[in-house]
Ligand binder design. Sequence first.
Ligand code: AMP
Length: 308
Amino acid sequence: MSKLLIVGTVAFDAIETPFGKTDKILGGAATYIGLAASNFNIPSAIVSVVGNDFPAEYIEMLQKHNIDTSAIEIVPDGKTFFWSGRYHNDMNSRDTLETQLNVLENFNPVVPEAYKDAEIVMLGNLHPLVQLSVLEQMDAKPKLAVLDTMNFWMDIALDDLKKVIAKVDVITINDEEARQLSGEYSLVKAARVIEAMGPKYVVIKKGEHGALLFNNGQVFFAPALPLEEVFDPTGAGDTFAGGFAGYIAKSEDISFENMKNAIIQGSNLASFCVEKFGTERMQELSRTEIGNRLQRFKELTQFEIELS
Ligand code: AMP
């Protein structure tokens, strides 16, 4: 079993979907990644920052999921990162209404001593220079560094983002962002351009249409589970990334074959995340539910065909 180091936002989100609207609720990339990865019972720690407006009970909830929160800095007179978004009727696309960086603006991440030798590093969504600083604080190059990012950082910090992309093994990114980053409309071409920027493995997330894993001319596709109702897609991408990284940490196998399993695990966990607002569903997941749904993934994708 490997240690997993996570960096990303721990945040307040306000979300609007066709099903309803929330006030400020718990969100953030690292929150979703941590909760998803906790299902694999691996040692994990989050590096992040919040303000003094952040409820202690949220930190306690993460601790109850066995996540080391000692590197979540609390800025005494600061305000927590805030994001608000509104989903379109198809639930596959959304508009960001507001991003308040607040305490993230002057954040200097500090990797805890006990995690400087973590084998797996999950660089969740936040400023690329923070992601880079975390990588630079590691004792040695991790066995696997995974990066997740979004268009926000491409728009305001593309050069810094390219520096961190050059240093990671895996990038997870959604289809629109892959097009923006590569300048290519075809996702196959986009993956090739992004691979040339550094990462050997490129994972392109397509929301309810599943995810593609590219590596050196090989490609694997994981569907998303067809669900009757998607309530709130927020955090699905981070949950996917957390499931992917958590499973790799648990299995200690970074081969392409095992990454196929990892993206199925990520897709499986993301299918739960979207069933309720915010992190609610991810806080109460049981092992049996996860196992049953993995079985449904198998049934969804298995077929026997005679090749003549
Ligand atoms: P996802 O739906 O997987 O893309 O992730 C949504 C989460 O990302 C929300 O909980 C937000 O708090 C967080 N988030 C939104 N914008 C940013 C940003 N620019 N940087 C870091 N985290 C963000």
